[in-house]
Design a protein around this ligand. Structure first.
Ligand SMILES: O=C(O)CCC(=O)C(=O)O
Ligand SMILES: [Fe+2]
Length: 208
């Protein structure tokens, strides 16, 4: 366990292999629908290189909706209780305090192939300051965790490997972060993911 910045904690190897396998199966199911995984279209006309599917609430730049207007208009899958339970355990382990009051209501599941990246951004479309819980499975990536003021330095580069937990909340909740690189072929196919990287972030939207 390492504190990267105040409120930002990296816990390597947090998920068991069985938990990773369970998450891979769940993500594969969500990727099929009711709202299929897609490269999110950006307002400027571009598309994201990662592929994303959401549960609980659908995220499209730059808001959450119940219906996926930018995909097929359908309602995304419900946020399952077991995922919230995993989120509470993650928070408790990362922060060393009870996570009982943490009630994530959305998860974004990102799939990165060998070329995919994510630019420096803030997770700021949530109307709650509750922490973000991030789980990684598959290929290791370079995760860049910065500051709340600018996309640039100072930042800390962290390698996120399969099974790693990263939590950011408190003074780090609005820190810029991104994924400049995925290291292809570094994941263990025993997770059920033959190639690429999965990242699952749980959040509290603050919406109802
Ligand atoms: O893939 C990651 O580790 C980060 C994903 C992320 O920042 C996001 O979905 O907002
Ligand atoms: Fe993010």
């Amino acid at each position: 366990m390492r504190e990267i910045a105040p409120g930002a904690v990296h816990v390597p190897g947090w998920l068991t292999l069985e938990e990773q396998q369970h998450l891979v199966r769940a993500c594969r199911e969500w990727a099929r629908g009711p709202v299929p995984i897609r490269h999110t279209a950006l307002p400027g006309g571009g598309v994201m290189s990662v592929q994303t599917v959401c549960v609980g609430w659908h995220w499209q730049p730059y808001r959450y909706t119940r219906l996926a207007h930018d995909v097929n208009g359908r309602k995304v899958a419900d946020f399952p209780d077991w995922l919230g339970e995993l989120g509470r355990r993650a928070l408790a382990d990362a922060y060393g305090r009870p996570g009982d009051d943490y009630a994530p209501d959305t998860a974004l599941i990102n799939f990165y192939d060998a070329q995919a990246k994510m630019g420096m951004h803030q997770d700021k479309d949530e109307k709650s300051d509750a922490p973000v819980v991030s789980l990684s499975i598959g290929d290791t990536c370079l995760f860049r965790f910065g500051n709340t003021e600018t996309r640039g330095k100072p930042y800390t580069d962290v390698e996120l490997a399969s099974g790693d937990l990263f939590v950011f909340g408190g003074p780090s909740r609005l820190a810029y972060h991104g994924v400049p690189k995925v290291h292809p072929g570094t994941g263990d196919p025993a997770t059920g993911l033959a190639s690429g990287r999965l990242n699952i972030t749980m959040r509290v939207t603050g919406l109802r």
